[in-house]
Design a protein around this ligand. Structure first.
Ligand code: LMR
Length: 402
C-alpha cells in the first residue's frame, strides 16, 4: 500500500539534538534546541516544580481520571490571568476564554485549525515573521492556511526591520492573520519596543488584521512576567480580538509534560463560548482531552502566592545566567578581536541569539568544532557555560576569520 510514500525530511532542531547525542567528542557543545541548561550543562528541574511535585505526591486524593476536554479549569484561568493580567477588562467582561493544549505547539495548532474552519474569509493567509520558528509555517500550512512572510530581521542593523514589517501589514489584504511573538522572538532575540508595538497595533487596526500571538518565554526575557506580556496586554487594551498560544515548557522547565494553553479574547462572552465549544469539538477528535500532570504543577504554582514568588526567583536564576553568558561571549569575542560587531548578542533577549553567522560558518562550527547550532546562525544561549564559552568564542573567531 505504501510503497510510493516519500520520506519526509527530519525536523532540523530535533535532528540536531540527535546528532549531538551521537557525537563522542568530549568537548561537544549543544547550542541547538531551546532548552535551559545549568552551568554544569544539565537540564534543570526548577526547585518550585520539585516542591509542587511533592505537594501533588503528598495529596492522597490524586487519581488518573480524565480531565475535561478543554482541560484543568484552575490551570486555564491562571494561564489567562498570567498573560492578560488579573486586571484585564477582557477577563472582567467574560470575553476571555481558553483551551488547555499540548504545550505551545498544540495551542498554535488548535488556534490555526479553528481559523481554518471558521475564519470568515476562506482565502485568508497567515503572515509569519522572517525568520520565525519553523513549526509556525508547518502548522498553518498543515491546516490549509497559506503562509506568507513579513520582514522582521534586518541583517544590516542586526535589529528589527520595523518599516518592512509595517509596510507588509499595510499591503496585506484586509483581515489577514499575523503571527506575532510577544517577547523573546525565536530565533532572533529581537523584540519591538513599546513605541514600536504601538505602531504595529495601529497598522494591524487600520487593516482589520487578526493577531495570533505565540508566547513560549514569558518571564524568561526581561525577568518580569508583566513586562514580557506587555504587547499582548496592550493589544487587548486596544480592543483586538485575538488568540494567544502559551507554552509552559521553558518557563517551568516542563518540556516533556506538554503544558500549554490557548487564550482566546473574543468580542463578547457569547462569542467566546461558541469559539470554546468549537475548539472542544476539534480537541475531542484530536487528543480527546489534555494531559494532567504538567497542568497540575503549573496550576499549583500560579494559584499560590508563596510558590508564585519562588517561581519568579527561579525564572530570574535562568534569565540572569543567560544574560551572563551573553556578556561572557561578547567579552571573549572582543578580547579575541573577532572581526565584526557583536553587541547585538547582549542587546538580544530571551533564550536565543541570532549571531549573524552564515550557513557555511554554522556548518563549519558543527563539522569541525562539534558545536551544534541551526544553520541560520541561531544559538541557544542556555547551552553556554563558563567552561565552554571560551571554546565556543575561539571556534566562532576561527570560522569568521578563515
Ligand atoms: C526551539 O526552537 O528550539 C524550541 O522551541 C524547541 C522546538 O520545539 O523546536
Amino acid at each position: 500500500v505504501f510503497e510510493n510514500v516519500a520520506a519526509a525530511p527530519a525536523d532540523v532542531i530535533f535532528a540536531l539534538t540527535a546528532d549531538y547525542k551521537a557525537d563522542t567528542f568530549a568537548d561537544k557543545v549543544n547550542l541547538g534546541i531551546g532548552a535551559y541548561r545549568t552551568e554544569e550543562g544539565k537540564p534543570w528541574v526548577l526547585p518550585v516544580v520539585r516542591k509542587a511535585n511533592q505537594i501533588l505526591v503528598d495529596d492522597g486524593t490524586l487519581d488518573h481520571e480524565y480531565l475535561p476536554i478543554l482541560g484543568l479549569d484552575t490551570f486555564r484561568k491562571a494561564a489567562i490571568n498570567l498573560i492578560l493580567g488579573a486586571d484585564s477588562a477582557a477577563i472582567a467582561d467574560g470575553r476571555a476564554g481558553s483551551a488547555q493544549c499540548i504545550s505551545g505547539t498544540g495551542a498554535v495548532y488548535a488556534g490555526a485549525y479553528f481559523l481554518s474552519k471558521h475564519y470568515p474569509n476562506k482565502n485568508v493567509a497567515c503572515y509569519i515573521s522572517k525568520p520565525t520558528w519553523a513549526n509556525h509555517r508547518a502548522i498553518f500550512e498543515g491546516v490549509g492556511i497559506p503562509v506568507h512572510e513579513y520582514p522582521y530581521w534586518n541583517p544590516a542593523t542586526k535589529g528589527l526591520d520595523l518599516d518592512g514589517m509595517l509596510q507588509t501589514m499595510q499591503d496585506a489584504p484586509n483581515g489577514s492573520i499575523f503571527l506575532l511573538h510577544p517577547c523573546a522572538h525565536n530565533p532572533t532575540g529581537v523584540d519591538p519596543t513599546p513605541e514600536q508595538w504601538e505602531k504595529i497595533a495601529d497598522a494591524m487596526k487600520a487593516k482589520g488584521h487578526f493577531a495570533f500571538f505565540d508566547t513560549a518565554y514569558q518571564g524568561f526575557a526581561s525577568g518580569s512576567l508583566d513586562k514580557d506580556a506587555y504587547s499582548v496586554r496592550y493589544f487587548a487594551k486596544r480592543g483586538f480580538e485575538m488568540f494567544i498560544a502559551q507554552s509552559f515548557s521553558k518557563n517551568f522547565g516542563l518540556y516533556s509534560e506538554r503544558a500549554g494553553n490557548l487564550t482566546i479574547v473574543a468580542k463578547s462572552p457569547e462569542v467566546k463560548n461558541r469559539i470554546e465549544s468549537q475548539i472542544a469539538k476539534a480537541q475531542r477528535a484530536n487528543i480527546s482531552n489534555p494531559p494532567a500532570y504538567g497542568a497540575r504543577i503549573v496550576s499549583l504554582v500560579l494559584n499560590d502566592g508563596t510558590l508564585y514568588k519562588e517561581w519568579e526567583d527561579n525564572l530570574t536564576t535562568m534569565s540572569d545566567r543567560i544574560k551572563l553568558m551573553r556578556q561572557e561571549l561578547v567579552d571573549e569575542l572582543t578580547r579575541l578581536g573577532t572581526p565584526g560587531t557583536w553587541n547585538h548578542i547582549t542587546d538580544q533577549i530571551g533564550m536565543f541569539s541570532f549571531t549573524g553567522l552564515n550557513v557555511t560558518q554554522s556548518k563549519a562550527l558543527k563539522e569541525k568544532y562539534h558545536i551544534y547550532l541551526t544553520e541560520n546562525g541561531r544559538i541557544s544561549m542556555a547551552g553556554l557555560n563558563t567552561k565552554n564559552v571560551k571554546y565556543v568564542a575561539k571556534a566562532v573567531h576561527e570560522v569568521v576569520t578563515s
